[in-house]
Design a protein around this ligand. Structure first.
Ligand SMILES: [Zn+2]
Length: 335
């Protein structure tokens, strides 16, 4: 069992012990950072007779949504908004006495997806929260909530997790090598959800391919490289051009992990800070021995290509253009 955000959880524990716990909280942070995991920990803190032991029957039933005083409110698959009926159901329940213990806990996931009607309904509950009821509003867009809701809640930013902790979780969950787990953790910017998504997208395998290509880029025909890149992008994600654009941007962000390493190397930053510190990557970096301005030019080229994608430039032409510039940069024929 991995604790979601130990310091934040301690803050809540202290607030509870000293009777300063509020009735409504907004927990915010980027998608996948662990907001829901923290909210589940808080539900255990409030409902478990031992204050969240993670072992007892109550804690187990919270995990499996089988606790009568614990409700998760979220939009249905396919819905774009969190419907008013969900908020009304919650309002009906929140005024009833707890069924099992002392408290009732409600989590509202993606609460920024409430429309005006739902927001106003929730506001009524927040204005007069029943005793022993606790609401946790989870969102990655707190700024999208109406001010009157925000002013009635305490806000907490769920902090990013340290890379080594994410790497540890990934190695256990997915039996990954240390190199891969650490690479995904560093790319995830502290979000376990993002790290898992990168794994599903085979980010590490894609980087291996990128490193391999960089090794040969000065001998490679630029249009051969462009063709290979284009077919990889197309095979990964359907037939829609919009998907190809997104996939190209994903490739660019992975390519940037290599450029950033080479920039770090040129600046004398230790390889423990690199995204890739395996033998293949370090061998390539030593072989290329790029200066900082050239590594920066590589990053700038990626940013430029991302901009083309944002502006809906022709996908095939953009890949070709990018490949030509990339090969020029690698062979030193920069203009
Ligand atoms: Zn327990």
């Amino acid at each position: 069992m991995f604790s979601s955000a130990p310091l934040l959880l301690d803050t809540f524990r202290h607030a509870r012990q000293s009777g300063r716990l509020a009735h409504a909280y907004i927990l915010f942070g980027p998608a996948g950072i662990g907001k829901k995991a923290l909210a589940f920990d808080l539900a255990r803190l409030l409902l478990c007779p031992k204050g969240g032991c993670n072992a007892c029957d109550v804690c187990q039933r919270i995990k499996t949504f089988n606790h009568a005083d614990f409700r998760l409110i979220e939009r249905e698959d396919g819905d774009k908004v969190l419907k008013i009926e969900k908020i009304r159901d919650m309002m009906g329940e929140i005024h009833l006495a707890p069924m099992e213990g002392q408290n009732k806990v409600f989590l509202i996931n993606e609460c920024h997806l409430m429309n005006e009607e739902s927001s106003n309904a929730l506001l009524k509950t927040l204005e007069e929260p029943p005793a022993n009821s606790y609401l946790f509003l989870l969102t990655d867009m707190p700024e999208a909530l109406i001010d009157t809701i925000r002013s009635r809640c305490q806000e907490f930013r769920v902090p990013p997790r340290p890379a080594n902790e994410i790497a540890r979780i990934l190695s256990i969950e997915l039996s990954l090598s240390d190199d891969e787990a650490m690479f995904l953790a560093k790319m995830s910017e502290g979000s376990i959800g993002q790290a898992r998504k990168l794994h599903e997208q085979n980010a590490h395998e894609t980087c291996k391919w990128i490193l391999e290509k960089f090794q040969d880029l000065n001998q490679l025909n630029e249009l051969t490289f462009a063709g290979e890149l284009e077919s990889r992008i197309k095979s990964a994600d359907g037939s829609k051009t919009e998907h190809h654009r997104q996939e190209f941007r994903r490739y660019l962000s992975l390519i940037n992990s290599v450029w950033r390493d080479m920039l770090y190397r040129a600046l004398g930053i230790p390889s423990t800070r690199f995204f890739h510190s395996d033998a293949q990557a370090l061998g390539l970096y030593n072989q290329l021995n790029l200066t900082a301005p050239r590594a920066l030019a590589g990053l700038e080229l990626s940013f430029e290509a991302e901009e083309w994608m944002r502006r809906n430039a022709n996908f095939t032409l953009a890949v070709e253009n990018y490949s030509v510039e990339l090969c020029r940069l690698m062979t030193g024929k920069v203009h």
